[in-house]
Design a protein around this ligand. Structure first.
Ligand code: GLN
Length: 360
């Protein structure tokens, strides 16, 4: 009886010791990687390093984008517990452009389920530019994704609503919830793109011809153009990314915006296609689901840890901001943001085995 008691309390003690050791070590690693000082220093190092970088050029195929100041440079990181860290320009708004595609796709998933996206335009990288006609022709509008123009316009056409206004209000309301504030359309960008988006109209008509867009393809193109013209600063974008990092719940307002169960699918498409034909190179360097826009923004998500965004308008040949790619990669890698970068469990296991062998 007494021995039994000793055995029990021994077991309990060893359990408590092992548990404390485990929790202590995991929190130490986590806290160390994401301590405020470390985040601040990673951000300011990257900010300074790329401040004078002179690579890339502002997109000019949309006339209003050619007029954007190439010097705008802002960084923001929002952790899943709602702490905000920033550097540089946080007030200038650029047009969200293709980053919007993530959130419209998420809206369709919320309304119609993840299969609706999978079964309509698909979830595979095209390996082609974002406005490629070849990418449609190859598989008759299937086997692509909602983050390239034809798939994105199709996703916009899938948002439910009886009128243009009803659909638009749903889309902008959803973006507002992600950003945690009321966003507005940059009217000059919208007008400029609407007057010159004949190629997107052609992509939409092809998607209609192949049966992917069911309703009014030109209305869908116009709503898509409007969604691309929403103005955002670096903090807005980081908040939107952090909401995805936090299972679809805005970490500052506390509002559940996207369904948590859809977040893995959203992040999967961002991983394979978020940076277009350079998505593979990006994933190789960072491991992060991300999305770029020709306005100069990039968002990236470290699941369960943080969302990060950089705005810097000069883009490379593919359409991805040069500074944003470099700064986000440096910051995330300095903070252990790559979800594929795991430490071996060897040490914990050995410690647990020793404790178990000694007491059981
Ligand atoms: N509105 C832009 C377009 O349709 C978006 C492209 C982008 O950001 N890559 O061309």
């Amino acid at each position: 009886m007494f021995q039994q008691h000793l055995r029990n309390s021994g077991a309990a003690l060893s359990f408590v010791a092992a548990f404390t050791l485990f929790i202590g070590m995991s929190t130490a690693t986590y806290a160390d990687a994401l301590s405020p000082d470390k985040i601040k220093s990673a951000i300011s190092t990257a900010y300074d390093k790329y401040k004078d970088l002179d690579e890339g050029a502002v997109a000019d195929y949309i006339p209003a984008l050619a007029r954007v100041d190439p010097k705008v440079y802002g960084i923001a990181l929002v952790t899943v517990d709602g702490k905000v860290y920033t550097a540089g320009d946080l007030t200038t708004e650029v047009s969200i452009q293709s980053i919007s595609k993530v959130f419209t796709m998420a809206k369709v998933m919320d309304e119609s389920g993840t299969d609706a996206i999978h079964d309509n335009m698909g979830v595979d990288a095209t390996g082609q530019p974002f406005n490629s006609i070849v990418a449609i022709e190859q598989y008759k509008g299937s086997e692509m994704n909602a983050l390239v123009n034809p798939g994105a316009i199709t996703a916009t056409s899938m948002v439910k609503g009886k009128s243009y206004d009803e659909i638009w209000n749903k889309i902008i309301g959803y973006y507002n919830d992600f950003a945690g504030r009321k966003l507005s359309v940059l009217d000059d960008v919208y007008k400029s793109e609407a007057a010159t988006n004949q190629r997107n109209q052609a992509l939409a008509m092809l998607m209609y011809a192949y049966g992917h867009i069911k309703g009014d393809a030109l209305q869908a193109t116009d709503i898509y153009t409007r969604q691309c013209s929403v103005g955002v600063n670096a903090k807005d974008l980081a908040m939107m990314a952090a909401t995805l990092a936090n299972g679809g719940k805005n970490p500052v307002t506390g509002k559940q915006v996207a369904k948590t169960e859809n977040v893995p699918e959203i992040l999967a498409v961002m991983s394979t296609a978020g940076l277009y034909d350079d998505a593979g190179k990006w994933l190789y360097k960072t491991g992060l689901p991300a999305k770029s826009g020709v306005g100069g923004g990039i968002i990236a998500v470290s699941p369960g840890k943080f969302g990060i965004a950089v705005i810097s308008p000069p883009v490379d040949a593919v359409g991805n901001s040069v500074r944003a790619q470099k700064a986000i990669a440096d910051i995330s890698n300095a903070l252990g943001g790559n979800p594929y970068a795991v430490q071996p469990r060897y040490y914990y296991c050995t410690a647990r085995l020793r404790v178990e062998r000694a007491f059981f």
